[in-house]
Design a protein around this ligand. Structure first.
Ligand SMILES: [Zn+2]
Ligand SMILES: [Zn+2]
Length: 282
C-alpha cells in the first residue's frame, strides 16, 4: 500500500472528527436548533433518539477505543519534560561516580513527571483525532493497513450519508398567535435544520427561532411551578441548571415559596443568572 493511500485513512478519520458535533445534533432528531426540553402541547411522545445515528456513533467510538488501547499498549510514553529529568539524573550520576557511590538507573519515560502518553483523552471526538494522527502505527503491515484504511473510508461514507439525509424538523413550541376572539391558535411549530424562520401550519403566521424562544421565555416567566418543573423550564430558556441545584435553592430558602410547593420561574432565572459561588458546606 502506498503512502498516499494510508494517509487517506488519517484524512477520513479527521473528517469524521470535524463532523462529530453534527452527528450529536442528529442523535436527537434535530438539526441542532431545538429549544431543548420544550414541553409539547400535544400528547405526542418526544422524538426518540435516532437509533441509526447512535449505532454508527457507538461503532466508531468502540473502534477508536480499541485502537487507543493498542496504542497505549504498544507505544511507550515520551518525555514531556524537555529532558529535565534526564539532565537531573546526569548530574546525580556524575556526582555518584565522583564519590564512588553506585549510579542510580536512568529515568525512563515511564518515570517522567511530565510523561506524554500516546493517548491522553478518553472523550470523543478528541480520542478519534489522537488515533488518526497515529495512523502510521496501523499501516505498517500490508494486511493490517488494508483493513484500517477500508474501515476508515467505510466510516466516512456512512457518516456522510447520515448527514446528507434531511434532518427531521425540530419542535420549537406552540404557536403564539391569537385569533380575533383571543383564542390561541393551538398550532405546534417546527423548524427545519439550519432554518431561522418558518410558518405555522394551522394559521399561516410566520415566526422566527428567536421570536419563538423569547415568546416561550415570556410565557413561562411569571408562572408558578414545582421545583421539578422549574428544572425543565430553565432548560427550555437556555439555562443548564442541575436538578440538585434547584432543590438546594428551595431547601436553603434562596428560592422563595409563593404558595404551597410552588415557586416563581422568574426568581429561579434570577438565581441561575447570578455569578456562581464556590460550593460552601451547609
Ligand atoms: Zn522526563
Ligand atoms: Zn398558528
Amino acid at each position: 500500500m502506498d503512502a498516499h493511500t494510508t494517509l487517506n485513512a488519517r484524512t477520513d478519520l479527521l473528517w469524521i472528527v470535524d463532523r462529530w458535533p453534527r452527528l450529536q445534533a442528529r442523535l436527537h432528531g434535530g438539526g441542532g436548533n431545538a429549544l431543548t426540553g420544550m414541553p409539547s402541547g400535544s400528547k405526542e411522545a418526544p422524538l426518540p433518539i435516532d437509533v441509526g445515528v447512535s449505532d454508527l456513533m457507538r461503532e466508531i467510538e468502540d473502534q477508536a477505543r480499541f485502537y487507543a488501547a493498542v496504542l497505549l499498549d504498544e507505544i511507550p510514553p515520551e518525555h514531556g519534560c524537555d529532558k529535565r529529568c534526564v539532565n537531573g539524573w546526569i548530574a546525580v550520576a556524575a556526582e555518584a561516580t565522583k564519590t564512588g557511590r553506585p549510579v542510580p538507573p536512568a529515568p525512563s519515560s515511564w518515570d517522567c513527571p511530565d510523561r506524554r502518553d500516546p493517548i491522553t483523552t478518553s472523550a470523543m471526538p478528541a480520542l478519534l483525532a489522537q488515533v488518526a494522527v497515529r495512523f502510521g502505527h496501523f499501516t505498517q503491515d500490508e494486511r493490517e493497513a488494508l483493513d484500517f484504511c477500508d474501515e476508515a473510508n467505510d466510516f466516512r461514507e456512512r457518516v456522510r450519508k447520515t448527514l446528507e439525509q434531511p434532518a427531521p424538523p425540530t419542535y420549537v413550541g406552540p404557536c403564539s398567535s391569537r385569533g380575533a376572539d383571543g383564542a390561541g391558535c393551538g398550532g405546534e411549530l417546527y423548524l427545519r435544520e439550519g432554518r431561522e424562520r418558518g410558518t405555522c401550519r394551522e394559521c399561516g403566521t410566520e415566526f422566527t427561532h428567536d421570536e419563538q424562544q423569547a415568546y416561550i421565555s415570556d410565557a413561562l416567566e411569571e408562572r408558578l411551578m414545582t421545583p421539578a418543573e422549574i428544572v425543565r423550564a430553565l432548560k427550555i430558556v437556555g439555562r443548564e441548571v442541575k436538578a440538585g441545584t434547584v432543590f438546594k435553592w428551595v431547601q436553603r430558602g434562596r428560592l422563595e415559596e409563593v404558595v404551597d410547593g410552588l415557586y416563581r420561574l422568574a426568581d429561579a432565572l434570577d438565581l441561575a443568572d447570578r455569578p456562581r459561588h464556590k460550593q460552601v458546606a451547609a
